[in-house]
Design a binder for this molecule. Structure first.
Ligand SMILES: *[C@@H]1O[C@H](CO)[C@@H](O)[C@H](O)[C@H]1NC(C)=O
Ligand SMILES: *[C@@H]1O[C@H](CO)[C@@H](O)[C@H](O)[C@H]1NC(C)=O
Ligand SMILES: *[C@@H]1O[C@H](CO)[C@@H](O)[C@H](O)[C@H]1NC(C)=O
Ligand SMILES: *[C@@H]1O[C@H](CO)[C@@H](O)[C@H](O)[C@H]1NC(C)=O
Ligand SMILES: *[C@@H]1O[C@H](CO)[C@@H](O)[C@H](O)[C@H]1NC(C)=O
Ligand SMILES: *[C@@H]1O[C@H](CO)[C@@H](O)[C@H](O)[C@H]1NC(C)=O
Length: 411
């Protein structure tokens, strides 16, 4: 009556030798679940440290009841499968606890969350065969090796969180062609120039902070103006001047380049950052006058310029200082308290500093197109009022290793 059920995607290398007394789905709600059961049991053996005693719940055939696993209907089928893994904060550890033979043996997963565990090794090369994978959160583990280039073939991926690991070396330029909304690679050891392909990204949130990126910010960043909401470059080794194309970022709320080796004045095009709430340029070698038009931006809530070489602030900027929005501590502003010593300032200005593009054709083009946009798109911006309540920026939350970013709150 019941023919031996064939699991649709059983591994091809497994020859069919099931004794007739135990059909493969015996006791399992679906063949997809039967397939995953031995994978979980193998993984359980590798977890030797489990302070929350999670794996103690991993008994019996109903793996959908196991803590950390979620079952749901597999997309495009009417079968139940393990569609989600949530190991956040489990502190799993073990000798050589890798993802190998585990994550890629869960063919139906849509999300894999594993913040704050002790996984080691690199990301398995065949991860791209997980055709439903949307969320991959491997933050705050001990992964190492190069950027897992294989994820570039994960076409469904929307959330990629590799924060707080020890990935090193180069990021492939194609990383910015991934179709993700969230790209968090902060707190690793990536050492290289930021690829020009950054202009191709559709990500809304990008965090490159606390790595060792060198060179300049690519002008192509201006091409992300329809999507980019928050970007953090802070604490890298970036050099050069701010490209005026940054002024094209008409949707961006957060832009932070603190603690780099950037120089030059604030480009006048920054006056077109109409949605900017937090603008942090602290701890670099910026100089010149703080543009009054930037101090007049309507949404500006936190404007930090401390530890640079700015020399002048006009009346509008002084008002922001009074309101606690603008911080110009440790600059070279003659009539202000808490400034650098005149010797330090004189030494800095005894050397020539210049930005090649300050008066360039590109910058006038940027100013022209932004101004045109302003008169069409955002003609009716609210008058400059300070928001009553501090906005919350997702990207700053992501600078703490044990903060988990719940994407469903940002759609
Ligand atoms: C998990 O590890 C973190 C960091 O090592 C530690 O602070 C925390 O107390 C651990 N939690 C448990 C339940 O052991
Ligand atoms: C750790 O496990 C991986 C994959 O299972 C294996 O390739 C590697 O040789 C192991 N390393 C050690 C040190 O045991
Ligand atoms: C992971 O890295 C941390 C900090 O570097 C270290 O204390 C811990 O022992 C490592 N865990 C494993 C399993 O290697
Ligand atoms: C934006 O992309 C267009 C073509 O796609 C290119 O011509 C232009 O130079 C790019 N802008 C920047 C600032 O790179
Ligand atoms: C503004 O941001 C800086 C970091 O960029 C932070 O140290 C400071 O506390 C913030 N100020 C306000 C008023 O939120
Ligand atoms: C994320 O937020 C949603 C909606 O607020 C909530 O239903 C869900 O449980 C949260 N997920 C996690 C993993 O915290």
């Amino acid at each position: 009556m019941t023919p031996t059920l064939k699991t649709p995607s059983s591994p091809p290398q497994k020859p069919k030798q099931t004794p007739p007394s135990t059909p493969p789905t015996g006791g399992f709600v679906s063949p997809r679940i039967a397939l995953v059961f031995p994978v979980i049991q193998e993984f359980k053996k590798k977890v030797t440290y489990d302070p929350l005693e999670v794996t103690k719940t991993w008994n019996g055939r109903d793996i959908c009841q196991y803590m950390g696993l979620t079952c749901d209907t597999v997309p495009g089928t009417n079968r139940k499968g393990v569609t989600g893994v949530n190991f956040n904060y489990f502190n799993f550890s073990g000798h050589n606890l890798t993802l190998n033979d585990f994550i890629t043996a869960l063919p139906d997963i849509v999300y894999f969350h594993a913040n704050s565990n002790n996984f080691v090794g690199s990301i398995p090369t065949d991860i791209s065969k997980l055709k439903y994978l949307k969320d991959l959160d491997l933050s705050n583990n001990n992964f190492s090796g190069n950027f897992p280039i294989q994820v570039l073939n994960s076409h469904k991926l929307k959330f990629l969180d590799l924060r707080f690991n020890t990935f090193a070396g180069l990021i492939p330029p194609q990383i910015f062609q991934l179709n993700v909304d969230f790209l968090f690679i902060n707190n690793n050891n990536f050492i290289q120039k930021i690829p020009d392909t950054i202009g191709l990204t559709k990500a809304r949130y990008i965090i490159l902070a606390n790595n060792k990126f060198i060179g300049g910010i690519p002008p192509s960043i201006g091409n992300t103006s329809n999507t980019l909401l928050e970007i953090l470059f802070l604490n890298n080794r970036l050099t050069g001047c701010l490209p005026c194309e940054i002024g094209l970022l008409k949707k961006t709320r957060l832009f932070d380049v603190e603690s780099n080796y950037l120089t030059g004045p604030i480009p006048h095009s920054f006056q077109f950052l109409h949605k900017i709430e937090a603008l942090c340029l602290a701890r670099n070698n910026f100089y010149g006058m703080v543009p009054e038009a930037v101090c007049s931006l309507p949404m500006l809530f936190n404007f930090t310029l401390s530890y640079n070489y700015f020399t002048e602030v006009g009346p509008r900027c002084r008002e922001l200082i009074k309101n606690g929005i603008l911080d110009v501590k440790m600059n070279c502003i003659a009539d202000f308290p808490d400034q650098k010593s005149s010797i330090e300032c004189a030494f800095f200005f005894s050397k020539t500093h210049s930005c090649p593009n300050e008066k360039s054709f590109t910058c006038s083009q940027v100013m022209y197109s932004s101004a045109k946009l302003e008169s069409s798109d955002v003609r009716f911006t609210a008058p400059a009022t300070t928001p009553m309540q501090a906005p919350r920026w997702l990207s700053y939350d992501a600078l703490f290793p044990r903060n988990v970013i719940n994407t469903s709150m940002y759609n």
